[in-house]
Write a protein that binds this ligand. Structure first.
Ligand SMILES: [Zn+2]
Length: 90
């Protein structure tokens, strides 16, 4: 068993965490040095792929407002903090 609990992207597999930063800086440099707008766009596309994804917004099942779920272990919250607190108070 590998015991890998983390979801690993292709990039982090290839470069590792430090390599990811390196790849980013290399791509940024390449983008600045590049005059061809098509190639520039392609590099920027790759750079965006390397960026960590923005926090996921989940719609609360109770009140319907979107919120950032705080993952507790493997469980993903489906109810916002406010509604959880309301529930606890009853
Ligand atoms: Zn709610």
């Amino acid at each position: 068993m590998g015991g890998d609990g983390k979801p690993s992207s292709v990039f982090s597999k290839v470069f590792g965490t430090d390599g990811l930063e390196l790849a980013k800086s290399l791509l940024t440099k390449a983008s600045k040095a590049e005059d061809d707008s098509e190639i520039k766009a392609e590099i920027e596309k790759r750079l965006k792929m390397l960026e960590p994804k923005p926090a996921v917004q989940v719609e609360c099942r109770v009140c319907g407002s979107s919120f950032e779920p705080k993952s507790r272990g493997r469980l993903k919250a489906k109810v916002c903090q406010e509604c959880i607190q309301k529930k606890d108070q009853r």
